[in-house]
Design a protein. Structure first.
Length: 460
């Protein structure tokens, strides 16, 4: 007799499989050309509105969709132009205040701006494996963008922003009294406090170029390549990391020599990166509290400066023309001072590790002999370092915490290169300060009530 096969019946309680990538809702918004104008009205109403700038955005798109465990919003912009209407009849190269590169030159380019926002449900099966436990992600990718710095235009727009979006002096900022909060409302507010979510923001910049326009004359171009910034927020802690790539300042007045000549390359980077920076805050109530509230890490490369008299004189004259911005700087300085006071009240212990390579200044010989290299005198101004740590004053459990600081300057030298006929170039080094034999260090031990500082240096 054949044995019967028995199978368990389906009870109907098993949850159906969910397709993580199925879009439950999707919304698309596409605009071929978006145009906006900025006008300034006459306070007395006697004159007509004056056009200051005109914005043109091309190929703008918004794609929003929702899936079972996340929602995503993607924004893209192909090209952007901000046209200057403050200057009367400017030259074609100074017509735009801000503009992106022509998208038709690079058909494979994604455009000027790419933004992706994603909010993930912590119950997602891929929350840890794919998203790393981060519930909110924001990625920003910016391509090449150019900025024309025109004195009159910039001052006019800054004045317009301050007059439009700031309160007049003496205005009462607290006209509405704060509503009374009962105990029941406080209890409800405490119950609705969200859990600690992780928020990650990442921004990438390909190239930004700043063109100095001195009343219709292009005097210099400042270019910054490959910049990236990352921000992570988790509860009461925060971490910011930034890297700046290549930096250059080129003289645009002297067109008689090549752009790669030392007479036109006014400022360049010595090394791979301009700066590597990070800033992190800690939660004093956390078990992983390291003993200080925040930490700063900075590594900065050397700027190589070719000191050519005439281009730098024009740049200094151009900077002097911005004297009218002094009121703007004073307002910014006051706001920064207030913010610094608030930060000081929150964080009393800051640990830092800073190493800055000072500029390398090159004095090239303006007149060179045909067939010979250019004689130069190079000043290596060395490195500036500063770091600290918090240590107890003695071995007791209730010992005061001291801030141990070490700072100094090292590797300062001069170098001259002379070129001769039918001979190799002669390089002469003058060592002024060596960190191996004669460092300059200032270790400081101090508490609220006392301090002790010692230092040493070598005579130049």
């Amino acid at each position: 007799m054949k044995k019967a096969d028995f199978k368990d019946a389906n009870t109907g309680n098993q949850a159906p499989e969910v397709n993580l990538f199925q879009k439950n809702f999707q919304f698309k918004f596409i605009v071929d050309k978006l145009q906006g104008s900025l006008y300034r009205s006459d306070p007395d109403g006697k004159n007509s509105d004056k056009l200051l700038a005109e914005l043109v955005a091309e190929s703008f798109s918004l794609d929003f969709y929702q899936r079972p465990f996340d929602m995503v919003a993607e924004v893209s912009l192909r090209a952007l132009t901000l046209e200057d209407h403050v200057e009367q009849a400017p030259l074609p190269e100074f017509k735009n205040i801000v503009y992106s590169e022509d998208a038709s030159i690079e058909p494979e380019s994604k455009g000027l701006l790419q933004v992706k926002f994603q909010k993930v449900n912590p119950e997602s099966p891929e929350f840890q494996s794919v998203h790393g436990g981060v519930s909110t992600n924001l990625d920003v990718d910016i391509s090449t963008i150019n900025l024309v710095l025109t004195r009159r235009t910039l001052l006019t727009l800054l004045d317009f922003v301050l007059a439009t979006f700031t309160s007049p002096a003496g205005a009462d900022q607290n006209t509405l009294p704060a509503p009374d909060t009962t105990d029941d409302e406080s209890a409800i507010a405490n119950d609705t406090v969200p859990s600690e979510d992780r928020i990650r923001i990442k921004a990438e910049l390909k190239t930004i170029s700043v063109i100095f326009n001195d009343d219709g004359v292009r005097i210099a171009t400042l270019s910054l390549n490959t910049a990236s910034v990352a921000l992570m927020l988790m509860g009461k802690t925060m971490r910011i990391a930034a890297r700046l790539g290549n930096l250059s300042l080129v003289d645009d007045v002297n067109q008689g020599v090549s752009e790669q000549s030392s007479l036109r390359q006014l400022v360049t980077i010595e090394g791979k990166e301009l700066a590597d920076f990070s800033y992190e805050t800690f939660d004093p109530e956390s078990e992983a509290y390291p003993g200080h509230d925040s930490t700063i890490f900075l590594r900065a490369g050397s700027l190589k400066v070719n000191f050519v008299t005439e281009p730098f004189r024009k740049l200094m004259e151009f900077a002097v023309k911005f004297g009218k911005m002094q009121a703007v700087f004073n307002a910014a300085r006051e706001a920064a001072a207030n913010q610094a006071t608030a930060v000081q009240e929150r964080a009393t212990r800051m640990q830092f590790d800073i190493l800055v390579s000072t500029p390398i200044i090159v004095f090239p010989r303006t007149v060179s002999i045909e067939g010979l290299g250019r004689d130069t005198l190079t000043a290596y101004l060395g490195e500036i370092y500063a770091k600290n740590k918090f240590v107890p004053v003695d071995d007791s459990k209730q010992a005061d915490i001291a801030n141990q600081l070490s700072a100094g300057i090292r590797n300062v030298r001069l170098e001259s290169m002379l070129n001769y006929h039918e001979q190799d170039a002669e390089v002469i080094n003058y060592c002024l300060w060596s960190h191996k034999e004669h460092p300059l260090a200032i270790p400081c031990f101090g508490t609220v009530s006392r301090s002790n500082c010692t230092g040493q240096h070598r005579s130049l």
